[in-house]
Design a protein around this ligand. Structure first.
Ligand SMILES: C[S@@+](CC[C@H](N)C(=O)[O-])C[C@H]1O[C@@H](n2cnc3c(N)ncnc32)[C@H](O)[C@@H]1O
Length: 225
């Protein structure tokens, strides 16, 4: 880009609200997202409208077998409740991790530090297979013993790069062929997408896209190699 144009853009910036800048960044996010899927040779098989429908794509394989379901970023427990119904096998284990004090740092101008705080309240879910672990990921995960399992589903919904990276690093050795990883906010090139991109480059693991919503924010991957 020529310097005159850069200079013009800085002048334009003086009259742009944070919302406009957020919108421009979101536009760049979606373009980068499309590029990322192409560069990584991901074929986006099924696209659906809602997050629940993305989850449902894993149901035929997981509903009736014992599954270890790990959720990072629980908030009020909406996704955990969904999975508590979806997973029918009594031997399934659902573990959710959250500070319950909200995000540890700013995500974007509209979603700052402490956003999603429940003031420490842990959701109440009427299912004995569900257990929540309260604390910051980097502090609680080193003390967490991953239960033995044959089927693993990871729900990544912590929004931030730093949080997602902490979890992916922690789970690296558990992510075997067949493991599912779901991202809830994949459409931010500086956060979940960046953490997963780095993870792929570092581990050389191969994944396929099982399905996604139309805007590729909710994306379900499965390791294939
Ligand atoms: C978008 S909300 C989760 C939404 C939830 N999965 C649902 O179904 O509605 C993101 C959550 O991630 C949590 N979180 C993000 N980074 C964290 C970290 N490093 N340690 C603990 N919790 C974290 C926040 O407290 C917040 O509740």
């Amino acid at each position: 880009m020529k310097n005159q144009i850069k200079s013009l853009l800085t002048k334009l910036g003086r009259y742009s609200s944070p919302n406009i800048i957020h919108g421009l960044n979101a536009t760049a996010n979606y373009i980068a997202l499309g590029r990322w899927f192409k560069d990584n040779h991901f074929d986006i098989g099924v696209t659906v409208k809602h997050r629940g429908e993305v989850f449902d794509l894993a149901a035929p394989a997981l509903a009736n077998v014992p599954v270890l379901y790990l959720e990072f970023g629980v908030w009020k427990g909406e996704a955990t409740r969904y999975w508590s119904k979806l997973l029918k096998h009594p031997g399934s284990i659902l573990h959710g991790f959250d500070s319950f004090e909200g995000l540890p740092e700013d995500w974007n101008h509209a979603t700052g530090k402490a956003h999603f705080s429940t003031d420490g309240q842990i959701p109440n879910i009427d299912d004995k297979r569900v257990q929540f672990f309260k604390g910051w990921f980097d502090q609680i995960l080193p003390k967490y013993k991953i239960p033995a399992h044959t089927h693993l589903f990871i729900n990544m919904d912590a929004d931030l790069y730093s949080s997602t990276k902490t979890v992916l690093d922690f789970l690296k050795d558990e992510i075997k062929v067949g493991t599912y990883i779901y991202f809830d906010e994949f459409n931010d090139r500086f956060h979940e997408m960046k953490a997963f991109d780095e993870f792929l480059k570092e581990t050389k693991m191969k994944f396929k896209v099982v399905g996604a919503n139309q805007i590729l924010s909710n994306v379900l991957f499965q390791r294939i190699g």
